[in-house]
Design a protein around this ligand. Sequence first.
Ligand code: ADP
Ligand code: MG
Length: 343
Amino acid sequence: MQRTDVNTLGEFGLIDHLTENFVNKQQTTILGVGDDAAIIAGGDEQIVISTDMLVEGIHFDFTYTPLKHLGYKAVVVNLSDIAAMNARPEQITVSIALSNRFSVEALDELYAGIAAACKTYGVDLVGGDTTSSNKGLIISITAIGRAPAGRITRRSGAKVGDLICITGNLGAAYLGLQLLEREKAVFKDNPEMQPKMGEHAPYLLQRQLRPEARTDMVDTFAKEGIVPTSMIDISDGLASEIFHICKASGVGAIIEESGVPIHNDAQLQALEFNLDPITTALSGGEDYELLFTIDPKDTEKIRFLPDLYIAGEIVAKEDGVKLHTKGGNIHPIKAQGWNHFGE
Ligand code: ADP
Ligand code: MG
């Protein structure tokens, strides 16, 4: 029998490979694999469902992740996928696999974080599963949301001429992680050392350890009478996400570097790390902001909204996915990010 390493396909190639032969037969399955969440028919409204799994040592490191924060973040990353469909999250299920290393007190901390997120976002914990693992902790959360059918926003609706918009700011969570990794390395060499995070750390660490989901945007869109033409949450960096939108919509994009929001603390920390700030926005991850496109006729409805930035335009597929830099150059963006020092 042939043995193909899963790395030859990559994450998205693997998902495509595993799911390509599944054909949806239920009339209630409106949208299956391939977006931030699946869409299920439910009368006048539709139900959206999304699952994410977090694995110790891969997605989180207990050297610097408090259990309470982990619980909160595990919920938030799922609610972010529901927000990315322009739907309101209502329920979650939480499944955990744990080794005997974890005490009841430790799990109470984890669940205190889960409870805090449920309270913040007004979602109910309605089930899950608990089992043992040989090593470490695995958390899998499913989030369920709802929206009127006409408001649900997929990745696939972007049209040439649409404006590309970004909420909040990008790159800070990645820089927070770099700070934590740096101090972990220092600590490993010398356990007597106290961590020296620096002046930009409070904001950056908060973005990394305790992110928020932009469910508020779902309300903003409803209030302003806007339905974005496409939307995705920014979990893997702007470069990766704009590619998802372009691929699903069959279009290209031009991103204006000057339009990509970057927090002042992220800007300064990136420079301290000798990184180009725009690279951290394009290739960093875990910001959980929203990337969406709107019809230009809606420009006036969003122009003066706070915490929202117009960062480019959808172009024809043939024109590719490009970055117009502050220096006036045009670079192709690569799916895995844009290397300032490359080319
Ligand atoms: P996100 O980054 O928004 O969490 P993913 O990249 O994890 O999304 O998943 C992309 C799509 O593939 C989603 O529709 C997801 O439900 C689906 N998917 C991911 N892994 C699997 C799997 N093992 N089997 C079936 N569908 C999957
Ligand atoms: Mg997503």
